[in-house]
Write a protein of this length. Structure first.
Length: 408
């Protein structure tokens, strides 16, 4: 965290609304219009106080690693301007008078955006109407600016203390304060993300940095946030390049989903698997030991985990094939949101067997107790609760169950 404090004082790093257009384009990973799609008109108009004679205002579309000019107009003598264009789906633009002062817009088809700002402060308009999404981003930016200001104060305190005999104690205090500031900001950012889960705003938020090198949301540690955004946005805007960028990125997270570091070790063939007692969707406690007498697949999964969801149809088939012969499934979810968990159960037709969760994701008690480092993960246990096999999926699970039941 000391690194965070020192980096916070560096001038010129790029956050939304700061000075580096190239870095902004890379950070927020926004994309293009798809040729051939139906384009619906929108307007961006307003008033720029203090604009010089013959100043023009430029609208550029944000694409991956580049900014594509859309239109430019001379600002009127009274400071007024208006730009009209068309888009097929929500799109990000930059509105600017010069390269050092720009406003990021998230425009929906049909929007009529009106802006009042001062020349030199286009990035911080005094009024903006007609775009709820843009106002959400502006609200986030204002909160982010406060965080940066607080971290810069800590940076100054650190710099003023260099050479002091008390520097280690001072650094410890500053680190704790910085950690608290960042934790509070992340909590507020999470609220922004939840409230805008079906909006392109979520892509903007997922790609923000607290300071350079420190992602606000780490995909390696919080892949569920990226999976959820991808699932919602890809269903809405499958032809949007910005959504396809996210979809491609998420594909790289699909094969192995890290959930924790192994702390108590896993269990092998012949081991007695510890009991589990967690609540089901209806709030009642469901114990794994209640299924003794059956061969049970203890499956760790989550609604946001694509490889888990891909395996679910196989589980349905195995349950239908062998349940009447003494096979059962006990699924333990590492979800956070109950509605995501229960909707996945309904959608994947998993409701016939037992489901439990404490809705704590990587903080779930089962992550530590079972030494989980990734999901999907499972244990196949015998009628006495001892491990028969570990992490069987697809054809391997079908083969093992066939062996077990066909020799009975």
């Amino acid at each position: 965290m000391a690194y965070l404090i020192r980096r916070a004082g560096i001038s010129g790093f790029c956050l939304t609304g700061c000075n580096s257009l190239k870095t902004l384009a890379i950070i927020i990973l926004l994309a293009a219009l798809t040729a051939g799609c139906k384009r619906n008109g929108f307007t961006v108009s307003g008033h720029i106080e203090g604009a010089g004679k013959d100043d023009y205002i430029l609208l550029r579309e944000v694409k991956p690693n580049l900014l594509e000019p859309v239109d430019s107009v001379i600002i009127g003598r009274d400071g007024s301007f208006e730009i009209r264009s068309g888009i097929p789906f929500p799109t990000f633009f930059l509105l600017s008078i010069d390269s050092d002062d720009f406003l990021t817009l998230l425009v929906n088809p049909g929007d009529k955006i009106n802006i009042t700002a001062n020349a030199g402060s286009v990035s911080s308009p005094s009024m903006l109407t007609g775009s709820e999404a843009t106002n959400v981003m502006l609200g986030f930016r204002r909160e982010h600016d406060i965080v940066i200001s607080e971290l810069e104060k800590l940076t100054k305190a650190y710099n003023d203390s260099i050479g002091s005999d008390r520097l280690p104690l001072i650094m410890d205090s500053l680190d704790r304060k910085a950690a608290g500031i960042v934790a509070d900001f992340r909590e507020r950012a999470m609220t922004y993300l939840e409230e805008n889960s079906g909006s392109m705003v979520s892509i903007f938020l997922l790609n923000q940095q607290v300071v350079p090198g420190l992602q606000l949301f780490d995909p390696a540690k919080e892949p569920d946030l990226f999976y959820r955004a991808d699932s919602l946005l890809y269903a809405l805007y499958p032809e949007s390049d910005m959504v396809l960028d996210l979809h491609t990125f998420v594909a790289g997270l699909r094969r192995s989903v890290t959930v924790g570091n192994e702390t108590e070790g896993s269990f092998g063939e012949g081991d007695l698997l510890p009991d589990i007692a967690l609540t089901g969707p209806d709030g009642d406690t469901v114990m794994l030991s209640a299924l003794r007498g059956s061969i049970v697949l203890v499956d760790f999964w989550a609604a946001w985990c694509p490889p888990c969801r891909e395996e679910n149809p196989n589980l349905v088939t195995m349950y239908d094939t062998y349940h009447h012969r003494g096979f059962d499934i006990y699924q333990v979810s590492l979800d956070i949101r109950k509605e995501d968990w229960t909707e996945a159960i309904r959608k994947d037709r998993l409701g016939r067997w037992k489901h439990v969760s404490d809705l704590r994701y990587r903080d779930s008690e089962v992550v530590k107790r079972f030494g989980l480092t990734e999901i999907p993960y499972n244990y196949l246990i015998d009628r006495d609760g001892r491990v028969i096999a570990v992490n069987l999926r697809g054809d391997m699970l079908r083969k093992k169950l066939g062996e077990l039941f066909n020799r009975q």
